[in-house]
Design a protein around this ligand. Sequence first.
Ligand code: NAP
Ligand code: ZN
Length: 352
Amino acid sequence: MYKAKAYSAASAKSPLASTTIARRDPTEHDVQIEILFCGVCHSDLHQARNEWSGFMPTVYPCVPGHEIVGRVTKVGSAVTKFKLGDLGAVGCMVDSDGTCPACQEGLEQFCPNGTFTYNLPDKHLGGVTYGGYSDSIVVSDRFVLHVPSNLNLAGAAPLLCAGITTYSPMRHWGVTKGKKVGVVGLGGLGHMGVKFAHALGAHTVVFTTSPSKKDDALRLGADEVVLSRNADEMQKHASSFDFILDAVAADHDINAYIQLLHRDGNITLVGAPEKPLPVSAFSLIMGRRSLSGSPIGGIAETQEMLDFCGQHNITADVEVIPIQKINEAYERLLKSDVKYRFSIDMASLKSE
Ligand code: NAP
Ligand code: ZN
């Protein structure tokens, strides 16, 4: 066991602050990573403030962070995939049982015994797992990914959650050339969704509540931008979409988007607002439309997504911040004021 520097929340109401945490010494299958950048996901905020108490109550102190890239500093004797000095990345999961049907299919995100990167029981040290707002992390090699060497590291970190969470449902629902695809909410997830939909060849439409994001949406790859609070603009797209990805972090009217789907179209929720969203039965029934959800993605698909990003030179658009600005960053997330992901430069933790 060794001590690592980190930032943690002590309660739902307290700002994050500097602390030290225990990390395990690497076992034979582990990789130790010096964290260089960690993205700031809206899920970090939901969890730090215990907004998902019904689903996964937060255990304090809570060290968020599941968009991790860094350098490998130690490997266990049985590790063959990584060596000292390699780049290594970790997303939302650090363990799974490896034996259940989901794991056998490479869908570790559905393993009933999976361990998220933070706030789930730590099988090694007791207590709960601690995330990437830290100077290092120790993770089983099965959950460490390779980062293509051409990618900017600050921009690559958000691929580990925002990237895979948008890539996976687009692949599942067959987003390709010739499809009309909507992305709702131009935040961290949404802007990655736009990049992927565009790279996969779809006609891509962004729905935003922020008129100021219109030019950016087009630059990021959108073919059209709709201001979702303008009913006339919305109505022009009625019954026309094959697929819509809803990446909104707060309460909103999803029925307004369901009625934009074509017959048999699908809307997938990746955004996870605190409160339930009412659904109009008739907008689903008339048109045999479907509403579904999707959590992150499996490890093999995460590597596929990273390799796709390497080939297409895709990274997140980031605002790099020192860890000392994390509380301000959370407040800005709540105001939809981020272009389009905060990425923490972990070197800033050295001065704590
Ligand atoms: P984010 O960067 O804060 O982006 C959310 C976007 O939603 C905002 O930029 C804004 O876009 C839009 N929005 C915010 N408030 C709104 C409101 N009241 N009405 C309509 N639109 C609103 O958040 P994120 O990190 O992308 O995460 C988005 C959600 O996905 C969060 O709930 C997060 O927990 C969840 N998530 C889920 C998974 C998963 O596995 N399913 C993984 C990661 C994150 P505009 O300004 O364009 O309107
Ligand atoms: Zn996330």
